[in-house]
Design a protein around this ligand. Structure first.
Ligand code: APR
Length: 309
């Protein structure tokens, strides 16, 4: 039986996630948006499905405004939300997306009580935390995508700097998304060699800074937020779950003592398989990494404090 993935929010990130998933031929895809968006998800779904004969995928793609069509999904990806607009405070953004996430999680979970949930809506770690509280799901079954994207940006810049294939570059990041990211330079390698042995500190620092500001760099160019790489990052996580790959990736997970933290969602390396998060890996941190880590924790806790219950 083919598996089923629902993507809630058929905007840029949602539709691009559906695109990558269809091309990977791993599951049928349901693309859902609110009734106010009318038939937009149906249009995108039909267009995407018609790429199948060209690309050689048999993925069924359904667009809808009705959660009944999402019934019994294996994975639900949540990209619904509003982007931060000029003049909007962080608190406004948190509260608007809080309403959206609360609505989406309730409806999607009712339709797919056994699904694994991946939250993508920003501010990411805060929205993952909220979604866990609203759903009552165990942390294994609900987590967020941020680190796959941040580490992909890091890997891209390292590969370009050293003129090697991105496939040779492994990069580890912890912590919050974007500016709040904690790069683990010591654990980042090219064909097994730590990047500290390949690049001078000032080049590494420049790459880390560019990675941290990677989202902003794209907004500046595009006048909206990124979607190709974010969509690809989500699709990679979905694939790891559906194929039970036991793939170690960074994800925003609810911590219960790991890294000395409690009651927070934070980017950490996890093992992803059919049960969702099957393990949280704890890397040893040195003093410098711990300082960045603590700063990231404080930034996330600050954003979390804008949630209203
Ligand atoms: N239920 C379903 N969909 C919703 C809801 C809701 N309650 N509220 C809003 N949406 C939909 C919007 O109609 C829109 O089509 O979510 C979609 C969001 O799409 P975009 O505005 O294109 O935003 P996008 O760039 O895809 O980003 C979505 O992902 O990476 C994060 O920061 C980003 O939080 C943002 C989210």
């Amino acid at each position: 039986m083919k598996t089923k993935v629902t993507v809630v929010g058929a905007g840029n990130v949602g539709a691009t996630t559906a695109h990558w998933l269809a091309a990977m031929n791993v599951a049928d895809v349901v693309l859902l948006d609110i009734p106010q968006m009318e038939k937009m998800p149906m249009g995108k779904a039909l267009d995407l499905m018609q790429a199948g004969p060209v690309f050689g995928f048999d993925t069924q793609v359904v667009g809808t405004n009705d959660y009944a069509d999402t019934k019994d999904s294996d994975v639900v990806v949540v990209t619904a939300g509003v982007p931060r607009k000029p003049g909007m405070t962080r608190e406004d953004l948190v509260q608007t997306n809080q309403r959206i996430i609360t609505d989406v999680i309730g409806r999607a979970l009712a339709a797919s009580p056994h699904a694994i949930f991946i939250v993508v809506t920003n501010p990411l770690d805060t929205m993952v935390y909220l979604a866990l509280k609203v759903s009552g799901l165990p942390r294994e079954r609900l987590f967020g995508q941020a680190g796959v994207l941040d580490s992909a940006r890091f890997r891209t810049f390292i590969a370009r700097e050293l003129d090697v294939s991105v496939e040779n570059v492994q990069a580890s990041v912890l912590g919050g998304h974007g500016d709040e990211m904690v790069p683990l330079v010591r654990y980042s390698t090219v064909a097994g060699v730590p990047i500290g042995e390949l690049l001078p500190p000032e080049r590494i620092n420049a790459i880390v800074e560019r990675t941290r500001k990677g989202g902003g760099e794209i907004v500046e160019l595009l006048k909206t937020s990124a979607y190709y790489a974010p969509g690809a990052a989500v699709a990679k996580m979905v694939e790891a779950i559906l194929k039970d790959k036991k793939l170690i990736l960074p994800a925003s997970a609810y911590l219960q003592g790991e890294y000395g933290l409690n009651d927070i969602c934070f980017g950490v390396p996890v093992k992803l398989g059919a049960k969702g998060i099957e393990q949280i890996l704890e890397y040893k941190l040195n003093a410098e990494e711990r300082t960045m880590f603590d700063k990231s924790v404080n930034l996330i806790r600050g954003t979390m404090s804008a949630l209203k219950y």
